[in-house]
Design a binder for this molecule. Structure first.
Ligand code: AMP
Ligand code: MG
Length: 353
């Protein structure tokens, strides 16, 4: 049986074997132009019929998302890309063969019929096939491509469980399919394959090395965090994102000096009466004895950090923390996506030591 929270249906499903009746109920909501949040392997998405502009408008309204930030469209079959993108290059097909279903979003030339609301007026469209049984079942049952950004209020950390979705969205969306916690915990990699040399617009679950192994050279879009220049080619890059309510400072560099700097900041903020927390990899917690320090996960297994990052940021809000001091990690592999989100969450309040 479903539950209801402030007018939003909550359907609890087995992530491996979702109840077809609950999927059908949510597919029906989508067909009638409503929004439905659902789990993917990255984070929870807030879906609507990608081919119905009124339905897509519902996503922007629920999230308070600026209309110049385009959405990713989710498909369950590679063939469905033809409905949305044209041409689908041989290179794009190869990437789909290898990485789909999975956390790789491809930016392709948009087909004429695709609503400018989905693409924010761009002549490209972003497509992905999620690797999650609930998401795939929903898309198949609804028989439509589903436009779905992360299911959080714009600017907040992305939801990695149904409780996060409800906290932000109860009463603003039709339903949520509760399939438990998501696996990866950070959003998909966004890759622009319309350029001669493909460009990573947003680092994510699929790493640069993974893509280079298939395509050879791949560029990474310069963003605020590594250059003072600002090139919002992926429009979502220009907004403050993933942000907790607390102030946040990211300290990067040599771990000894990083810890010294963080302790200095923690002392000053505590003396000023602020509630301060240090987020650091488990292996480094010993550096912060006498301070409130929480494990981000294991530096040696950065996927554990990816999985719990947003949850931690939301927990710090619940605990009414005033200042989060985060110790940066190595930005290779999935570390690139983790550091991208940490830096953005801090509003680019970054200190390199
Ligand atoms: P979200 O689904 O909320 O995680 O955000 C989707 C991300 O994909 C945002 O950063 C968008 O700017 C980006 N995106 C979506 N469509 C396009 C596109 N056509 N070109 C470039 N970036 C896009
Ligand atoms: Mg988002």
């Amino acid at each position: 049986m479903e539950q209801m929270v402030k007018g939003t249906y909550v359907y609890k499903v087995d992530p491996e074997k979702p109840d077809p009746n609950k999927i059908a109920a949510c597919a029906w909501l989508l067909k009638t132009g409503k929004t439905v949040a659902f789990p993917t392997e990255t984070v929870y998405g807030l879906g609507a019929d990608a081919l119905c502009p009124e339905a897509v408008a519902g996503i922007f309204a629920a999230k308070g998302r600026p209309s110049d930030n385009p959405l990713i469209v989710h498909v369950a079959k590679r063939e469905d890309c033809e409905l949305l993108a044209e041409p689908v290059s041989a290179r794009a097909r190869r990437l789909m063969e290898i990485f789909w279903p999975g956390p790789l979003t491809l930016v392709l030339p948009r087909r004429k019929g695709v609503s400018p609301l989905v693409t924010a007026g761009l002549d490209t469209v972003a497509l992905r096939m999620p690797d999650h049984k609930v998401a795939l079942a929903l898309i198949q049952e609804a028989k439509m491509p589903i436009a779905a950004p992360s299911a959080n209020v714009s600017g907040r950390p992305s939801p990695t469980c149904a409780a996060h979705v409800l906290k932000d969205m109860a009463g603003r969306i039709g339903a949520v399919l509760d399939g438990g916690e998501t696996g990866i915990g950070l959003e998909s990699t966004v890759l622009d394959v319309t350029r001669k040399v493909p460009v990573i617009l947003r680092p994510g679950g699929i790493t640069r090395l993974d893509i280079e192994a298939v395509l050879g050279e791949v560029k990474v879009e310069k963003t605020q965090e590594d250059e003072a220049i600002f090139l919002p080619r992926s429009p979502g890059m220009k907004y403050r994102h993933y942000a907790p309510e607390a102030d946040m400072l990211v300290v990067e560099g040599n771990p000894n000096r990083t810890a010294e700097e963080i302790i200095k900041e923690a002392k000053a903020a505590s003396a000023a009466g602020k509630k301060v927390v240090v987020l650091a990899p488990k292996e480094h917690l010993f550096r912060y004895e006498g301070f409130w320090a929480v494990s981000m996960g294991q530096e040696k297994k950065p996927e554990t950090i990816a999985r719990r990052l947003y949850k931690l940021l939301r927990e710090m809000d619940d605990l009414r923390v005033d200042l989060i001091l985060a110790q940066g990690i190595d930005s290779s592999g999935i570390g690139a996506a983790i550091m991208n989100r940490l830096r953005k969450a801090s509003g680019f309040s970054i200190r390199r030591v």
